[in-house]
Design a protein around this ligand. Structure first.
Ligand code: 6PG
Length: 257
């Protein structure tokens, strides 16, 4: 569908199970394409509950062997400011269900150090990304090369990654990674900014459940107000945005009949 705010393709799956299978297939295909074309696949994972079954499926027989893990490089779009063994850690979730099960060189995993002081963790992660993707402070701009795939979720308040409504990170034009105290979450978060997200070749949102129906409609059909609805700030310069949603989440979209 041609979204009100630029090209965004929405795929509606009948239920969560088919959404999960569709997301796993998309990741496998995206990895194969990137590896065939450029010899590596760079992906930023999201936290939250929606991707958990997708990561679990990727680690299952039938999927696991469809990816050349030695050429996969794992990053995180955001992180909670907690140690890597804390149950709230996005890294721990991904590690438990997928990363520990995949034949992935440990050196290919770049986690955000949520146990460090937030400002330092953000600056360090930006350095890591600059080394891999080029650009940034030295040239004062976005990454020279974007991620192959950035996975995102969306909260029922329109936040994505840890770009929460009202945060300066939502409208940031230079920094790639920022820290902020998030009042509604009651904790510090580290997040990629739109500077990095919008340089990606492909950005994929996974949105599931009736609880997201109202906000999904607002983000796609309401006025453009990214500070209020940070998911609207995701508009890759030349990359593609896909929304994989299930029918309950899509229930209020105009396209649904
Ligand atoms: C996180 C996320 C966050 C998440 C949304 C949706 O660290 O929590 O990266 O942006 O994707 O909150 O979460 P659910 O998938 O649990 O609804």
């Amino acid at each position: 569908m041609q979204g009100a705010h630029g090209m965004s393709k929405i795929t509606v799956y009948p239920d969560n199970e088919s959404l999960v299978a569709g997301a796993a297939d998309l990741i496998i295909e995206s990895a194969a394409r990137a590896i065939a074309e450029r010899g590596r696949f760079t992906i930023a994972l999201s936290g939250g509950e929606t991707p958990r079954p997708v990561y679990t499926l990727l680690a299952a027989a039938g999927c696991l062997e469809r990816i050349d893990w030695s050429r996969v490089f794992i990053y995180f779009g955001d992180e909670r400011c907690v140690p890597p063994y804390d149950p709230r850690s996005n890294y721990l979730m991904a590690r438990t269900v997928l990363l520990d099960k995949a034949p992935l060189p440990r050196d290919n995993i770049y986690r955000i150090h949520g146990e460090e002081a937030p400002g330092k963790a953000a600056a360090d992660y930006e350095d890591v990304l600059r080394r891999v993707f080029g650009g940034g402070a030295a040239t004062g701009g976005p990454p020279l090369e974007g991620f192959d795939l950035i996975l995102l979720g969306m909260g029922d308040n329109g936040h994505t990654a840890s770009l929460f409504p009202g945060l300066a990170a939502v409208t940031e034009k230079e920094r790639w990674v920022m820290a902020a105290y998030v009042e509604v979450a009651g904790m510090w978060r580290i997040t990629m900014t739109p500077v990095v997200i919008n340089a990606a070749r492909q950005v994929v949102f996974l949105v599931s459940g009736a609880g997201k129906a109202e906000i999904l409609k607002q983000v796609h059909e309401g006025p453009y107000q990214p500070v209020v609805l940070p998911a609207q700030a995701v508009r890759p310069a030349s990359g593609e945005v896909r929304w994989l949603v299930d029918r309950p989440a899509a229930a209020q979209l105009r396209m649904e009949s």
